[in-house]
Write a protein that binds this ligand. Structure first.
Ligand code: NDP
Length: 327
Protein backbone atom coordinates (compact mmCIF):
# COMPACT_ATOMS: atom_id res chain seq x y z
CA UNK A 1 0.00 0.00 0.00
CA UNK A 2 1.13 3.58 -0.55
CA UNK A 3 -0.24 7.02 0.29
CA UNK A 4 -1.63 9.39 -2.33
CA UNK A 5 -4.29 11.94 -3.18
CA UNK A 6 -7.23 10.26 -4.87
CA UNK A 7 -9.89 12.20 -6.78
CA UNK A 8 -13.25 10.50 -6.97
CA UNK A 9 -16.49 11.46 -8.70
CA UNK A 10 -19.76 9.65 -8.17
CA UNK A 11 -23.27 10.20 -6.76
CA UNK A 12 -21.63 11.61 -3.61
CA UNK A 13 -19.98 14.34 -5.72
CA UNK A 14 -16.47 15.40 -6.73
CA UNK A 15 -13.84 15.08 -3.98
CA UNK A 16 -10.12 14.76 -3.35
CA UNK A 17 -8.72 13.08 -0.23
CA UNK A 18 -5.59 11.34 1.03
CA UNK A 19 -6.04 7.59 0.63
CA UNK A 20 -4.09 4.42 1.19
CA UNK A 21 -3.79 2.94 -2.31
CA UNK A 22 -3.07 -0.68 -3.26
CA UNK A 23 -0.01 -1.05 -5.47
CA UNK A 24 -1.96 -3.63 -7.51
CA UNK A 25 -4.25 -0.77 -8.62
CA UNK A 26 -1.43 1.22 -10.28
CA UNK A 27 -1.98 1.63 -14.03
CA UNK A 28 0.08 -0.27 -16.62
CA UNK A 29 3.53 1.04 -17.45
CA UNK A 30 7.12 -0.03 -17.99
CA UNK A 31 8.66 1.85 -15.09
CA UNK A 32 7.56 1.99 -11.45
CA UNK A 33 8.86 5.08 -9.67
CA UNK A 34 9.22 5.64 -5.94
CA UNK A 35 8.15 9.29 -5.90
CA UNK A 36 10.02 11.66 -3.60
CA UNK A 37 8.42 14.99 -4.56
CA UNK A 38 5.70 16.45 -6.73
CA UNK A 39 4.44 20.01 -7.12
CA UNK A 40 1.26 22.01 -7.49
CA UNK A 41 0.67 23.54 -10.89
CA UNK A 42 -2.37 25.54 -11.96
CA UNK A 43 -3.71 22.41 -13.68
CA UNK A 44 -3.31 20.37 -10.47
CA UNK A 45 -5.28 23.09 -8.69
CA UNK A 46 -8.09 22.72 -11.25
CA UNK A 47 -7.99 18.91 -10.90
CA UNK A 48 -8.03 18.82 -7.08
CA UNK A 49 -10.72 21.47 -6.67
CA UNK A 50 -12.78 20.27 -9.65
CA UNK A 51 -12.88 23.88 -10.92
CA UNK A 52 -11.89 22.81 -14.42
CA UNK A 53 -12.44 19.65 -16.51
CA UNK A 54 -8.85 18.40 -16.16
CA UNK A 55 -9.47 14.85 -14.91
CA UNK A 56 -10.62 12.54 -17.69
CA UNK A 57 -10.94 9.28 -15.73
CA UNK A 58 -11.97 8.41 -12.15
CA UNK A 59 -10.62 7.57 -9.64
CA UNK A 60 -7.51 9.64 -10.46
CA UNK A 61 -4.27 10.40 -8.67
CA UNK A 62 -3.51 14.05 -9.64
CA UNK A 63 -0.04 15.51 -10.13
CA UNK A 64 1.29 16.43 -13.59
CA UNK A 65 4.89 16.49 -12.31
CA UNK A 66 6.95 14.06 -10.29
CA UNK A 67 10.51 13.24 -9.38
CA UNK A 68 11.79 10.02 -7.81
CA UNK A 69 13.88 6.89 -8.27
CA UNK A 70 13.19 3.89 -10.45
CA UNK A 71 11.96 0.95 -8.38
CA UNK A 72 11.48 -1.48 -11.27
CA UNK A 73 11.83 -1.15 -15.03
CA UNK A 74 11.40 -3.14 -18.23
CA UNK A 75 12.37 -0.08 -20.32
CA UNK A 76 15.88 -0.25 -21.86
CA UNK A 77 16.79 3.35 -20.89
CA UNK A 78 15.97 3.12 -17.19
CA UNK A 79 17.41 0.87 -14.47
CA UNK A 80 16.58 0.40 -10.79
CA UNK A 81 17.85 3.35 -8.75
CA UNK A 82 17.94 5.91 -11.62
CA UNK A 83 16.73 9.38 -10.60
CA UNK A 84 13.97 10.43 -13.01
CA UNK A 85 11.67 13.33 -13.72
CA UNK A 86 8.27 13.54 -15.40
CA UNK A 87 6.28 16.52 -16.71
CA UNK A 88 2.92 16.23 -18.43
CA UNK A 89 2.03 13.63 -21.09
CA UNK A 90 -1.49 13.61 -19.62
CA UNK A 91 -0.26 12.20 -16.31
CA UNK A 92 -2.52 13.42 -13.49
CA UNK A 93 -5.29 13.87 -16.08
CA UNK A 94 -5.85 10.49 -17.80
CA UNK A 95 -3.09 8.41 -16.12
CA UNK A 96 -2.33 8.32 -12.37
CA UNK A 97 0.10 11.08 -11.45
CA UNK A 98 2.72 12.33 -9.02
CA UNK A 99 0.81 13.37 -5.89
CA UNK A 100 1.40 9.92 -4.37
CA UNK A 101 4.30 7.86 -3.10
CA UNK A 102 4.34 5.63 -6.19
CA UNK A 103 3.66 5.95 -9.91
CA UNK A 104 3.83 3.55 -12.85
CA UNK A 105 4.61 5.19 -16.16
CA UNK A 106 5.65 4.75 -19.78
CA UNK A 107 9.45 4.85 -19.99
CA UNK A 108 9.33 7.24 -22.96
CA UNK A 109 7.65 9.86 -20.74
CA UNK A 110 10.57 10.00 -18.30
CA UNK A 111 13.69 12.14 -18.50
CA UNK A 112 16.79 11.66 -16.36
CA UNK A 113 16.89 14.11 -13.45
CA UNK A 114 19.31 16.85 -14.60
CA UNK A 115 22.50 16.71 -12.52
CA UNK A 116 22.35 20.42 -11.63
CA UNK A 117 19.12 19.99 -9.67
CA UNK A 118 18.13 18.21 -6.46
CA UNK A 119 14.71 16.50 -6.55
CA UNK A 120 13.24 19.48 -4.66
CA UNK A 121 14.75 21.99 -7.08
CA UNK A 122 13.43 20.03 -10.09
CA UNK A 123 9.94 20.27 -8.62
CA UNK A 124 10.40 23.94 -7.71
CA UNK A 125 10.78 24.33 -11.48
CA UNK A 126 8.20 21.70 -12.51
CA UNK A 127 5.91 22.07 -15.50
CA UNK A 128 5.50 25.79 -14.79
CA UNK A 129 9.25 26.46 -14.99
CA UNK A 130 9.82 24.15 -17.92
CA UNK A 131 6.96 25.90 -19.76
CA UNK A 132 8.53 29.29 -19.00
CA UNK A 133 11.74 27.97 -20.61
CA UNK A 134 9.77 26.71 -23.66
CA UNK A 135 8.40 30.26 -24.06
CA UNK A 136 11.91 31.75 -23.87
CA UNK A 137 13.23 29.19 -26.38
CA UNK A 138 10.39 30.23 -28.73
CA UNK A 139 11.35 33.92 -28.37
CA UNK A 140 14.95 32.99 -29.23
CA UNK A 141 13.88 30.78 -32.14
CA UNK A 142 12.03 33.78 -33.59
CA UNK A 143 15.14 35.90 -33.29
CA UNK A 144 14.33 38.04 -30.22
CA UNK A 145 17.49 39.08 -28.37
CA UNK A 146 18.00 41.45 -25.39
CA UNK A 147 18.92 44.19 -27.90
CA UNK A 148 15.40 44.13 -29.37
CA UNK A 149 13.85 45.74 -26.28
CA UNK A 150 11.49 45.07 -23.40
CA UNK A 151 9.89 41.67 -22.76
CA UNK A 152 6.52 41.64 -21.01
CA UNK A 153 5.73 38.82 -18.54
CA UNK A 154 2.14 38.50 -17.27
CA UNK A 155 1.05 36.70 -14.08
CA UNK A 156 4.55 37.43 -12.84
CA UNK A 157 4.02 36.38 -9.22
CA UNK A 158 2.78 32.94 -10.33
CA UNK A 159 4.80 29.85 -11.26
CA UNK A 160 5.40 30.36 -14.99
CA UNK A 161 5.77 34.12 -14.54
CA UNK A 162 8.31 33.88 -11.70
CA UNK A 163 10.60 31.48 -13.57
CA UNK A 164 10.23 33.40 -16.86
CA UNK A 165 11.17 36.65 -15.11
CA UNK A 166 14.21 35.12 -13.40
CA UNK A 167 15.55 33.40 -16.54
CA UNK A 168 14.94 36.36 -18.89
CA UNK A 169 16.69 38.72 -16.46
CA UNK A 170 19.69 36.39 -16.18
CA UNK A 171 19.89 36.23 -19.99
CA UNK A 172 20.12 40.03 -20.08
CA UNK A 173 16.60 40.91 -21.22
CA UNK A 174 14.78 43.93 -19.79
CA UNK A 175 11.70 42.43 -18.16
CA UNK A 176 8.52 44.40 -17.57
CA UNK A 177 6.21 42.34 -15.37
CA UNK A 178 2.44 42.48 -14.95
CA UNK A 179 0.90 41.49 -11.64
CA UNK A 180 -2.40 41.91 -9.86
CA UNK A 181 -0.76 41.76 -6.44
CA UNK A 182 0.92 44.99 -5.35
CA UNK A 183 2.29 43.24 -2.24
CA UNK A 184 4.39 41.03 -4.56
CA UNK A 185 5.97 43.85 -6.59
CA UNK A 186 9.17 43.78 -4.51
CA UNK A 187 9.44 40.00 -4.93
CA UNK A 188 9.01 40.34 -8.72
CA UNK A 189 11.70 43.04 -8.84
CA UNK A 190 14.07 40.84 -6.82
CA UNK A 191 13.53 38.16 -9.48
CA UNK A 192 14.88 40.65 -12.01
CA UNK A 193 11.99 42.71 -13.39
CA UNK A 194 12.88 46.34 -14.05
CA UNK A 195 9.28 47.52 -13.73
CA UNK A 196 5.99 46.02 -12.55
CA UNK A 197 2.71 47.15 -14.13
CA UNK A 198 -0.79 46.70 -12.69
CA UNK A 199 -2.88 43.84 -14.03
CA UNK A 200 -5.82 46.23 -14.50
CA UNK A 201 -3.90 48.06 -17.27
CA UNK A 202 -4.29 44.93 -19.42
CA UNK A 203 -7.46 43.16 -18.31
CA UNK A 204 -10.13 45.44 -19.86
CA UNK A 205 -11.04 45.50 -23.58
CA UNK A 206 -8.52 47.65 -25.50
CA UNK A 207 -7.87 49.04 -28.98
CA UNK A 208 -6.85 46.79 -31.93
CA UNK A 209 -3.47 48.57 -31.97
CA UNK A 210 -1.73 50.41 -29.14
CA UNK A 211 1.60 52.24 -28.82
CA UNK A 212 4.37 49.82 -29.87
CA UNK A 213 6.32 48.81 -26.76
CA UNK A 214 7.04 45.07 -26.37
CA UNK A 215 9.75 43.26 -28.32
CA UNK A 216 8.38 40.02 -26.93
CA UNK A 217 6.07 38.61 -24.30
CA UNK A 218 5.36 35.58 -22.14
CA UNK A 219 1.63 35.49 -21.45
CA UNK A 220 -0.05 33.15 -18.95
CA UNK A 221 -3.35 35.04 -18.74
CA UNK A 222 -5.10 34.91 -22.17
CA UNK A 223 -8.35 36.82 -22.85
CA UNK A 224 -8.15 40.67 -23.01
CA UNK A 225 -4.65 40.60 -21.50
CA UNK A 226 -3.28 38.60 -24.43
CA UNK A 227 -5.19 40.79 -26.92
CA UNK A 228 -3.77 43.98 -25.34
CA UNK A 229 -0.25 42.54 -25.27
CA UNK A 230 -0.47 41.74 -29.00
CA UNK A 231 -1.83 45.25 -29.66
CA UNK A 232 1.16 46.81 -27.90
CA UNK A 233 3.84 44.60 -29.45
CA UNK A 234 6.44 46.22 -31.68
CA UNK A 235 6.93 45.60 -35.39
CA UNK A 236 7.98 41.92 -35.86
CA UNK A 237 7.75 41.25 -32.13
CA UNK A 238 6.89 37.80 -30.73
CA UNK A 239 4.20 36.95 -28.17
CA UNK A 240 4.29 33.50 -26.57
CA UNK A 241 0.90 32.33 -25.25
CA UNK A 242 0.84 29.48 -22.77
CA UNK A 243 -1.95 30.13 -20.26
CA UNK A 244 -5.55 30.97 -19.52
CA UNK A 245 -5.43 32.23 -15.92
CA UNK A 246 -7.64 35.16 -17.00
CA UNK A 247 -9.82 33.27 -19.48
CA UNK A 248 -9.84 30.93 -22.44
CA UNK A 249 -11.14 33.56 -24.91
CA UNK A 250 -9.00 35.70 -27.19
CA UNK A 251 -11.00 38.84 -28.07
CA UNK A 252 -8.48 40.34 -30.52
CA UNK A 253 -8.25 41.62 -34.09
CA UNK A 254 -5.75 40.53 -36.74
CA UNK A 255 -4.31 44.08 -36.88
CA UNK A 256 -1.07 43.36 -34.92
CA UNK A 257 -0.38 40.31 -37.10
CA UNK A 258 -1.05 41.79 -40.54
CA UNK A 259 0.08 45.39 -39.96
CA UNK A 260 3.05 44.87 -37.63
CA UNK A 261 4.08 41.31 -38.52
CA UNK A 262 3.67 40.23 -34.90
CA UNK A 263 4.08 36.49 -34.30
CA UNK A 264 1.82 34.71 -31.85
CA UNK A 265 3.62 31.55 -30.74
CA UNK A 266 1.52 28.90 -28.96
CA UNK A 267 3.29 26.94 -26.24
CA UNK A 268 2.27 23.45 -25.10
CA UNK A 269 4.27 21.55 -22.50
CA UNK A 270 2.10 18.44 -22.23
CA UNK A 271 2.80 16.71 -25.54
CA UNK A 272 6.03 18.60 -26.26
CA UNK A 273 8.52 16.24 -28.02
CA UNK A 274 11.25 14.71 -25.87
CA UNK A 275 14.12 16.49 -27.67
CA UNK A 276 12.58 19.89 -26.87
CA UNK A 277 12.03 18.88 -23.24
CA UNK A 278 15.64 17.81 -22.85
CA UNK A 279 16.76 21.12 -24.38
CA UNK A 280 14.48 23.12 -22.05
CA UNK A 281 15.82 21.28 -18.98
CA UNK A 282 19.41 21.69 -20.21
CA UNK A 283 18.88 25.44 -20.57
CA UNK A 284 17.22 25.68 -17.15
CA UNK A 285 20.42 24.10 -15.81
CA UNK A 286 22.52 26.93 -17.22
CA UNK A 287 20.16 29.93 -17.28
CA UNK A 288 18.23 29.76 -14.02
CA UNK A 289 19.87 31.17 -10.94
CA UNK A 290 19.52 28.49 -8.20
CA UNK A 291 19.49 31.17 -5.48
CA UNK A 292 16.38 32.67 -7.09
CA UNK A 293 14.79 29.21 -7.14
CA UNK A 294 14.90 29.17 -3.33
CA UNK A 295 13.16 32.54 -3.31
CA UNK A 296 10.48 31.30 -5.73
CA UNK A 297 9.56 28.06 -3.92
CA UNK A 298 8.20 26.72 -0.65
CA UNK A 299 7.56 23.13 0.45
CA UNK A 300 4.40 21.50 1.83
CA UNK A 301 3.21 17.98 2.72
CA UNK A 302 0.80 15.80 0.73
CA UNK A 303 -1.98 16.60 3.26
CA UNK A 304 -1.41 20.34 2.87
CA UNK A 305 -1.58 20.08 -0.94
CA UNK A 306 -5.37 19.71 -0.99
CA UNK A 307 -5.92 23.03 0.82
CA UNK A 308 -3.17 24.75 -1.15
CA UNK A 309 -4.92 23.81 -4.41
CA UNK A 310 -7.80 26.17 -3.64
CA UNK A 311 -5.39 29.00 -2.78
CA UNK A 312 -3.55 28.42 -6.06
CA UNK A 313 -6.73 28.70 -8.12
CA UNK A 314 -7.64 31.87 -6.19
CA UNK A 315 -4.27 33.38 -7.23
CA UNK A 316 -3.03 33.50 -3.62
CA UNK A 317 0.13 31.43 -4.04
CA UNK A 318 3.43 33.13 -4.78
CA UNK A 319 5.86 31.31 -7.07
CA UNK A 320 6.06 27.55 -6.85
CA UNK A 321 5.02 24.91 -4.35
CA UNK A 322 7.01 21.71 -3.85
CA UNK A 323 5.08 18.76 -2.37
CA UNK A 324 7.00 16.25 -0.25
CA UNK A 325 4.81 13.20 -0.80
CA UNK A 326 6.46 11.30 2.04
CA UNK A 327 5.54 13.68 4.85
P1 NDP B 1 -0.11 30.21 -11.09
O1 NDP B 1 -1.45 30.08 -10.47
O2 NDP B 1 1.11 29.91 -10.33
O3 NDP B 1 0.07 31.69 -11.70
C1 NDP B 1 -0.92 32.32 -12.45
C2 NDP B 1 -0.80 33.81 -12.22
O4 NDP B 1 -1.68 34.49 -13.11
C3 NDP B 1 -1.26 34.24 -10.83
O5 NDP B 1 -0.25 34.10 -9.86
C4 NDP B 1 -1.61 35.69 -11.08
O6 NDP B 1 -0.41 36.44 -11.10
C5 NDP B 1 -2.17 35.67 -12.50
N1 NDP B 1 -3.63 35.59 -12.51
C6 NDP B 1 -4.42 34.75 -11.82
N2 NDP B 1 -5.72 34.97 -12.09
C7 NDP B 1 -5.74 35.99 -12.98
C8 NDP B 1 -6.79 36.70 -13.64
N3 NDP B 1 -8.07 36.38 -13.45
N4 NDP B 1 -6.44 37.70 -14.48
C9 NDP B 1 -5.16 38.03 -14.69
N5 NDP B 1 -4.12 37.39 -14.08
C10 NDP B 1 -4.42 36.39 -13.25
O7 NDP B 1 -0.18 29.30 -12.42
P2 NDP B 1 1.02 28.83 -13.36
O8 NDP B 1 2.03 29.90 -13.44
O9 NDP B 1 1.42 27.46 -12.99
O10 NDP B 1 0.25 28.72 -14.74
C11 NDP B 1 -0.18 29.91 -15.41
C12 NDP B 1 -1.06 29.57 -16.59
O11 NDP B 1 -0.31 28.86 -17.56
C13 NDP B 1 -2.25 28.70 -16.25
O12 NDP B 1 -3.35 29.10 -17.01
C14 NDP B 1 -1.80 27.32 -16.66
O13 NDP B 1 -2.87 26.47 -16.96
C15 NDP B 1 -0.95 27.64 -17.86
N6 NDP B 1 0.06 26.64 -18.16
C16 NDP B 1 0.09 26.15 -19.42
C17 NDP B 1 1.03 25.25 -19.77
C18 NDP B 1 1.10 24.79 -21.18
O14 NDP B 1 1.65 23.74 -21.46
N7 NDP B 1 0.57 25.57 -22.11
C19 NDP B 1 1.96 24.68 -18.79
C20 NDP B 1 1.93 25.35 -17.50
C21 NDP B 1 0.97 26.27 -17.21
P3 NDP B 1 -0.31 37.90 -10.45
O15 NDP B 1 -0.90 37.78 -9.09
O16 NDP B 1 1.14 38.21 -10.45
O17 NDP B 1 -1.12 38.79 -11.35
Amino acid sequence: MFKGILIEKDEAGYRAAIKSIDEADLPDGEVTVRVSHSTLNYKDGLAITGKGPVVRRFPMVPGIDLVGTVESSVHPEFAVGDPVLLNGWGVGEGHWGGLAQKARLKGDWLVPLPKQFSPQQAMAIGTAGYTAMLCILALERHGITPAHGEILVSGAAGGVGSVATAVLAKLGYTVVAVSGRSEEHDYIKRLGASEVLQRSEFSAPGKPLAKERWAGAVDVVGSHTLANICAGTRYRGVVTACGLAGGMDFPATVAPFILRGVTLAGIDSVMCPRADRLEAWRRLGTDLDIAKLDMISSEISLEEAIRAATKLINGEIRGRIIVDVNR
